[in-house]
Write a protein that binds this ligand. Structure first.
Ligand code: DX5
Ligand code: ZN
Length: 215
């Protein structure tokens, strides 16, 4: 059974409260919040104040994806804002142990992400430290991009490693995931599917949630 994490980046921000209420009503599993600094990625999104507002309106698990050059500077502000999971990129911290320690001290779940041009082997030695692996299936920075097929290899390799080593790490896939590829992403070994455009622009959100959770 797969989980669905709508990415708020694709929501209608003029009606953010209603969009979140809709996520609650439809029983999505977690909310994915994309934080961009205009430096690690060529775009800027929102910060802790918006995360705090979202946290006040929902009980949902808040999955905060930091696309920041210096994520460690913001671990505490995002935890204070209500993050349940904080994910940073291996590209910014090839030796991520110190960051994991900081996150554990804050009592927040840990996630590590890697871009589509990176080999799974880059993160495997550290996977046991993390609660979540976020496999990027687009180059981060923007919603609405096309799914990059080669990311499925990363998912398969990570799944094999997790099974073989009996790890608890969950695999989340982010970027261009929709009803047309969700089954293949789950078959490759994903536990959680992030859907921005596919969820918020869906003609029938309820059907999408049910079908995804049934995978
Ligand atoms: C990309 C973000 C994604 C994005 C997903 O930089 O990390 O979470 O919002 O959006 P879609 O599902 O539209 O590709
Ligand atoms: Zn994301």
């Amino acid at each position: 059974m797969a989980q669905i994490a709508p990415s708020i980046l694709a929501a209608d921000f003029t009606r953010l409260g209603e969009e979140i209420a809709d996520c609650d009503r439809l029983g999505v599993d977690l909310l994915h919040l994309d934080i961009m600094d205009g430096h690690f990625v060529p775009n800027i999104s929102f910060g802790p104040a918006v995360v705090q507002t979202i946290d006040r309106t929902t009980e949902k698990f808040l999955d905060v994806h930091l696309m920041l050059s210096e994520p460690e500077k913001y671990f505490e502000p995002f935890k204070k804002a209500g993050a349940d999971l904080i994910t940073f990129h291996i590209e910014t911290h090839p030796n991520p142990e110190a960051c994991v320690k900081q996150l554990r001290a804050l009592n927040v779940a840990t996630g590590i992400s890697l871009n589509p041009d990176k080999k799974a082997e880059l993160v495997l030695p550290y996977l046991h430290l993390f609660d979540y692996l976020l496999v990027m299936s687009v180059f981060p920075g923007f919603g609405g991009q096309s799914f990059i097929e080669s990311s499925l290899d990363t998912v398969r390799i990570a799944r094999e490693h997790i099974t073989k080593n009996k790890l608890q790490t969950k695999i989340e896939v982010d970027g261009g995931v929709d009803s047309g590829n969700a089954d293949r992403v789950v078959e490759a070994g994903a536990d959680i599917l992030v859907m921005g455009t596919a969820f918020f622009k869906a003609a029938d959100r309820s059907k999408l949630v049910k079908e995804t959770q049934a995978l």
